[in-house]
Design a protein around this ligand. Sequence first.
Ligand SMILES: Nc1ncnc2c1ncn2[C@@H]1O[C@H](COP(=O)(O)OP(=O)(O)O)[C@@H](O)[C@H]1O
Ligand SMILES: [Mg+2]
Length: 379
Amino acid sequence: MKNPFQYGGIVSGPYFADRSQELNTLLREMENNNRVFLVSPRRFGKTCLLHQLTGNLADAGVACAVIDLNAFPDLRSFAGALTVRITRALESNTDRLLKLFSGFQRLRPRLSLDRDGNVSAGLELADGETDALAALVEGLAHAQDLAARKKKRLVVIMDEFSDIARYNGLTVEKAMRSEIQKHDRIGYIFSGSEQSVMLAMVQDSTRAFYKMGRIMKLGPIRRQAYHRFILGWLEKGAYQVAGDDIQRLFDIGEDVPYNIQRLCHAMWESALESKIVDAALINRLPVIIARQDSPHYEMLWQTATQAQKALLFALAGDPEALPFSKDFQMRHGIGPSSSIKASLDSLVKKGILYRTLEGRFRFVDRFMPFWIDDMRDGI
Ligand SMILES: Nc1ncnc2c1ncn2[C@@H]1O[C@H](COP(=O)(O)OP(=O)(O)O)[C@@H](O)[C@H]1O
Ligand SMILES: [Mg+2]
């Protein structure tokens, strides 16, 4: 039996845990053709949730187009790809699709061969056309018209939408808003991990997307439901486990779905032979994972200065500490505060640490402090 706890990509079907309430909320919002800004830190499961949602929407007969802004370096490629996906979502017949593609003013069809030798049609900016933004607006307007003609509802999902800033965001937002607000057959979901960027977009009264939709903050997966999901799979795999021991996983993984999946994946593999999961095994999991990822940590480690390394050692062993407190500095023999501040700033910039609202500094990667401890124990 293959390991049911997957990570690193989209998990779906029986491998997707819970999120029933979030799915219901999103389905309801989309039924009303609303606009939702879905926000959470990375690895909380936005992309997985949206993928699951598209399945549910398809079951309900709603067309759905998903685009990840990360994959498109500039506005022209984004405008082309978005229009292709929207049109495909509403028209499955190839002949009619091609006809629709050739009806655009600012975009023109481009045929290409995929690996299996099938012809697929895309769209690119027409020769001599420089206005990618106008092409995007044409694509969006066309979506509403086509949906109306087909008497269908459409949901457009834009993942990693905070990346819009790369396309000269403010102008793009303005043009998008004036088009989107005319759309009564389309629901929109804008999803993003850059929380401050996403919130500013909707909450700042000078911005085009101000109050254009509701903000939905995606939290962790509910423990009770996730617990049931994990136990269910362990039972299927004939593992022996005490339900209470599983609770520990949520604490170690700080309820971040990616962390929990990693822990469960390692747990499954580690007990593949014995079929026994106990507290001792669960406590060993973070180090097992840290060792698996050690090439990655070694690379990060090499980028750190001596002072930064000393600070990382201190924080790995003392995660609740306030780094500017005398007590912390004395205990670990580091300081003064000015040099700690410089180190912290640099480590945050490198994406190794992040600052909590309470002024603590935590590791972005939950398993890195275990790697640091493990390395020190090995010295
Ligand atoms: N509902 C879920 N069930 C199981 N695993 C999940 C779920 N949501 C997220 N994950 C785990 O977290 C990882 C990251 O999820 P992802 O959707 O890529 O997060 P985000 O888009 O918020 O960065 C996935 O690869 C998967 O391992
Ligand atoms: Mg994502």
